[in-house]
Design a protein around this ligand. Structure first.
Ligand code: PXP
Length: 241
């Protein structure tokens, strides 16, 4: 079985657009879990643009499935993770000006630093995953850190829109997947996966976990909007004098 981690950052993004209290990612986590999510994924960014410290604390107390905390390899956030103790930490690169995590972690150029963080988190019994581009050199460096899993960044594959672009991107992912599973690490993938492009990724042998956010949250607005309007209409009309 492939585990599905639902990334609920996008719910918090909507809340922060109004600096208000709804929608609450905590409610989203409960509903995702009721829907069958195997994991809840959140990214506590250094600029706290969506998920807040309050969210991760409450999620740690409430989530019954796997809590996966995405995080930059920086002291402040590593310290918080060591206090919160999520089931899994996924180390990702972070640039303030980016809209989302636009590339994989450059583990090759900061090997010693990443290795130390991996050990620190593992000493707190947190499984560590590295978010890496499907680049064999980065994957091999990642394996050497002693991490538990590697999540392949599927963003370029997801953006490819013609068969001649999709096929080479998929081949890159399949090639590095074999390196990861050959090293007995858990194979994860994520970023930009949708209801339309997920199938070839699901078919990769020994795939263990997919982390999907935007497409699921986007669809939830569409499948839920009709009901939400209906509820408001009833509320308004039932309160006319
Ligand atoms: N995996 C990682 C490591 C990510 O950083 C993200 C985006 O936050 C995702 C998966 C989910 O990406 P998307 O929202 O495009 O499904």
């Amino acid at each position: 079985m492939i585990e599905l981690g639902v990334n609920i950052d996008h719910i918090a993004t909507l809340r922060e657009a109004r600096r208000t209290v709804e929608p609450d990612p905590l409610w989203g986590a409960v509903l995702a879990e009721l829907g069958g999510a195997d994991g809840i994924t959140v990214h506590l960014r250094e600029d706290r643009r969506h998920i807040s410290d309050r969210d991760v604390k409450l999620l740690r107390e409430s989530v019954r499935c796997k809590l996966n905390m995405e995080m930059a390899a920086v002291d402040e956030i590593v310290k918080i993770a060591c206090e919160i103790v999520p089931d899994q930490a996924t180390l990702v690169p972070e640039r303030r000006e980016e809209i989302t995590t636009e590339g994989g972690l450059n583990v090759k150029d900061q090997f010693e630093k990443i290795k130390k963080i991996v050990e620190k988190l593992q000493n707190r019994f947190i499984a560590v995953s590295l978010f890496l581009d499907p680049d064999p050199q980065q994957i091999i460096a990642g394996i050497k850190t002693g991490c538990d899993a590697i999540e392949i960044h599927t963003g370029k594959y997801a953006l490819a829109n013609k068969p001649q672009n999709i096929t080479p991107e998929l081949s890159r992912i399949i090639e590095v997947s074999a390196i990861i599973t050959g090293a007995n690490l858990r194979l994860h993938a994520g970023h930009g996966l949708t209801y339309h492009n997920v199938y070839p990724i699901v078919k990769i042998p020994n795939m263990k976990e997919l982390n999907i956010g935007h497409s699921i949250i986007a669809r939830s607005i569409m499948v839920g909007l009709k009901e939400a309007v209906h509820e408001m209409k009833q509320l308004i009309n039932n309160n006319i004098n």
